[in-house]
Write a protein that binds this ligand. Sequence first.
Ligand SMILES: [Zn+2]
Ligand SMILES: [Zn+2]
Length: 687
Amino acid sequence: MRANPQGKSECESGARIRRDFEVSVRSTRHLKRRLVYFGCLLCFLLEHEYENMITVHQSGSAPKRIESQAATARDALEQAQVKSMERIVAVKINGVALDLSAEVPEGAEIEPIYLESDEGLEILRHSTSHVMAMAVRELFPGVKVTIGPAIEDGFYYDFDYERPFRDDDLPAIEKRMQEIVKANLPFERREMTSIEAIHHFEKEGEDYKVELIRDLGQEKVSLYTQGTFTDLCRGPHIPATGKIKAFHLTKIAGAYWRGDEKRPMLSRIYGVAFADRKTLKEHLRRLEEARKRNHARLGPQLDLFSTHEEIGAGMIVWHPKGMMLRHLLEEFEINEHLKRGYEMVKGPQILKTDLWKKSGHFENYRENMYFTTIDEQSYGIKPMNCLSHMLIYGSKIRSYRDLPKRYFELGIVHRHERSGVLHGLLRVREFTQDDAHILCAPEQLNDEIKGVLNFVHDMMGVFHFDYELEISTRPQKSIGSDQDWEIATKALMEAMDESNLAYEINEGDGAFYGPKIDVKLNDALGRKWQCATIQCDFTLPERFDLVYIGKDGEKHRPAMIHRVILGAIERFIGMLIEHYAGAFPVWLAPVQAIILTVTDRNTPFAEKLLGSLRNAGIRVNADLRNEKLGLKVREAQLEKIPYMLIIGDRESEREGMTPRLRSGENLPFMTADEFARKIGEDVKQRR
Ligand SMILES: [Zn+2]
Ligand SMILES: [Zn+2]
C-alpha cells in the first residue's frame, strides 16, 4: 500500500490506534473496527496486497485499496483517509447510495458522497424533511405524516392535520427545526418486517404509513429514527441532524394524498436547503427577485391582462396596454418575416375532423384537441396551423423555381392543457403562435434551417436573451419511416454544425411528425424558457401528397419545416414581463411618456403638448388631475413608464419640457420636437 497522499503522518495514525486500543473493546463490532487499523498498518509494513480488498474511489485522486474488514462505510473512508471527512454525508457502495453506517461487503467499490454534490444535496434536503416532520409532530399533536421527498433546491412534507397549516405556523416550526439541528441527533436505520412496521405505525396512529407499507408489499422495510421521530424510509440519510447548515421554510400549499382528488387534501410545507448559508441567502434573494418580477402579479398590476373564472381557465383577456404591447411585438414580427421572404397567410379556426385524421393529429394529438359538431359534421379546433398552409401549397402546381415557399401566420391555436399545469401566460389553452411552414426541395433544407437559426439569433439579440439549443429525436408515438426520421434528424444536426452552434440531444422528445431543434432562453435571473422550435418533417407533405415539378420535369416531394421564433406570443410576453421586471424598453412600452402637470395653470400647454406628441406618433398620456405632483410621479413610476414629462410654469412659458427617466434621472430642457426625435431614436435602436 502506498504512503498516505494526504500527508497525515504515521505518528498520528499510530497515536490513534493506541488511543483506540486503550478504550475497552465493548463488542465484537468494535473489535473488528480496531483490527482494521492494525490490518492497514500491517498491510503498509508488508506491502502486501490482499484479495477481496475494498476499493475507495474519490475524484481527483487514484483509487485506494484497503483491507475488507472495515465494519462500516465510514470506517472504510476513514481508513482510506479520504479528504474532508466532515463534508461527507453518505456513500456509494457498488454504485448504490447508502448511509455512512452501512456495512461494506468484501470486494466492494465505494465512493464518498459530499454534501455539496447533487446527490449530497438531495440527501441533505430529504433529511431536512424528516427534521421538519419531527418538529411538526412535536408542535401539532395529532398531526399525521405522509411523505417528504427532496425536490429541486429543497424539500416538502405532506401532513394531515385538523386544519391546513398557515404561513404564521412556519416560524415556530423553523425554530424547533433549528433546535433539532443543534442537538445533532443521529439518523439511525433499522430494518423490520412489514408486519412489525405496521404494528409500530398503527400504535402511533400513522395511517398513511400503514397504507404505504401495505402497498409496498415487501417482506421487510427500513425505518429511520432521529430523536423522537421515526419514519418509514428507504434512505439514505445524513449521519446526524448537525449536518444541516442552511435551510428555510418557504411556503404552504394543498395537495391530495397520492395526487388523487378523491383522497384527503393534505397540507404541504415547502422548504429550501443548501450546503451553506451563503448559497441559501443568494437563493432567497433570487426567489424574492422572481416574486417581484412574477408576470402573473405584474401583468394585472400594470393593467396588461386578466383572467376570469367566468370565461374559463387558461384564457387570457388583453387590456388596452397589454394589447398595445402585443400589437408592437406582432408588428415587429411581421416586418421581420417580410424582410426574410416570408408571405403572410391565414387559415380558419376549425377544420373538419377528417382532415385531422389525414394529418395524423387525430391519432397522435387528439387528447390535446377540442372538437365540435356542426350540421352533424365533426370539426376539430386547430391546435396547430400546418394544415391550411399545406392546402395553400397544394392549391396549384408548384415548380422547383417557386421554392422555397415560406408561409407565415400569427396563428391562434387551442390546446387542451390539464387545469393543474395552467399558469399565468406561460401555460394557457388559447394562444397565438408566430408560426411558419417552409416548403422546400430536400436539397434546400440545410440552407433553410440555417436561415431560421439566423432569424432566431437576430430576434433573441433584440431582447438581449442568451439561449441554448437542443435537438429532440423521435418519440414513441410518431408517424413516418425510420429513413425519413434519420434524414430529418441529420439535416438538423448538419445545419447546427455548419453554423458552429453547440447543442444537446434530447432523446425521444421530438414532435410526432419529425425531429426538432428547441431554443431555450436564459432570462435576466438565469432561468430557462422554451420558445423557438424548428421541426423538420417529410411525413405531412407525403400524407397531403404535396409535390413540385423538378428540373427533370418529374414530380418530387418537398420537405417541410415547421418553425416558431418567439413561440406563443402569450408566453413570450410573460417572459418579457419577468425579464424586464415590467419596465419595458421605450420601443415596446405601451405608454412611452406621461405628461404630469404641476398646477391647473399648466393644463392648456399640457393639452397642446399631448396633441403634438401624439401627432408625432409617440404613445403618450397626460395626468391633468388636480393632485400633488409627488403622487402623480409615484403612480407613473408604479406603471413603469419610461419618461415623465413634468409641466410647470417654466415649461409652459418656454413651451418645452424637462423629461425625467423612470430611474429618477433628469434630462436637460427640450422642445416637443427634440423629445420626439429622441423617442424616435430609442425606437429605431430598439432600446
Ligand atoms: Zn427519509
Ligand atoms: Zn406546423
